[in-house]
Design a protein around this ligand. Sequence first.
Ligand code: BES
Ligand code: MN
Ligand code: MN
Length: 441
Amino acid sequence: MNALAPLLEFLAIPSVSTDPAHKEDVRRAALWLSERLRALGFTTELHETPLHPILYAERLVDPKAPTVLVYGHYDVQPPDPLGLWTTPPFEPTVREGKVFARGASDDKGQLWAHVAALEGLEARVNLKFLVEGEEEIGSPHLLPFVRAHREKLRADVVLISDGAMFAPETPTLTYGLRGLTYLEVRLKGARRDLHSGAFGGVAPNPIQALGWILARLKEEGTGQVLIPGFYDRVRPVSEEERRLWPALDEEALRRELGVEVLPGEAGYTPLERLWARPTLDPNGVWGGYQGEGSKTVIPAEAGMKLSMRLVPDQDPEEVAELAERYLQEICPPGYRLEVVRLHGGRPVLTDPFSPPMRLMARALEEVWGRPPVYAREGGTIPVVAELQEALSAPVVLLGLGLNDDNLHAPNEKFDLVNLEKGIATLRRFHQLLAAQGLGHS
Ligand code: BES
Ligand code: MN
Ligand code: MN
């Protein structure tokens, strides 16, 4: 496959957006992609931001032809823990029909499918690419960029591949994403670390207090989040939507995760809990002595990272307010609690049967030999809600990855079949779009 060699080059660039040591590499990835798009006849602009550049490229052929805006991200997550990779994260390697590398699925491989699809393609479609290097850190500079450049970005459809298919060999159209509120919580007791014998009995222990706080965030029996107002704006799932959902193989999911139960909010199916219910999860906790052996100490500080996945119509800022207020309220006397808001993203819901979704459904069926299933996903892509709103254009989420791609984990991979069929699907989409436009049919 001649789309593979360039992808391996792209994947070899360690564009880790969160790590200042890789700032130049992130830029190199943007420039690499920019060159590829130029070779396909695009004009490209690199927009500098206080952190990583935004790449905008366009190839406009006819003002009367439909316009497609493709979004993707060229930054990747840190590769740690390095010791668990079979082959190094930035030495892309093909094994058993899969390419292994950090970013293989999230999102370089999927983004690359959109570029490779244009090779030698004859279709009268105007194309725009909007590619950022800050998705994995919450898209801080892309959100204002989109608001400021509505005209430039205007399109009839927004195309995004940065997610997964519902199951292998199951073409999938995604019409919903969860949002996110991410907080860091710091809890302080005494002014300094204390000998646990000399002061134990009179000293506040922030680790203990953190435990009390954690226990009051979610109810043990029901898995319900106890933050007042948390569920107020959650939109219930209609019967009609539920009928659209494919069946989840719970047994396969348990096996995949190596667990015996799938714990979650009582009264909802696992699929609803993944797609249409909000969650709260501590993502990290710290405090006190973590080294070898023992150390008798009462730490002055403890803390945690706390993320909440949101669904329509919850608002990340509003949920952050509610959470902060509640955390302060349940903070035991004698402790100081500080909350730092890390990042967020709004949830998304789109029309599964919009004209471009119907067109993509046809392209998928032609290429995969079966019609797509309709799914939501639990992850977050912060700019999607912004694009949908600022451009008032329908969004098509075409996940090309698989749920076992190891996103953000060691041994991330992308199946080459998905790359190949993804490319074929996108080519077909552009041809259908050029031939019949987006008139309702
Ligand atoms: N591509 C993912 C989002 C995703 C994951 C969508 C799985 C569908 C299924 C994206 O790169 C990502 O990791 N997003 C972060 C958002 C955050 C850093 C603001 C996430 O969801 O944690
Ligand atoms: Mn991604
Ligand atoms: Mn990601």
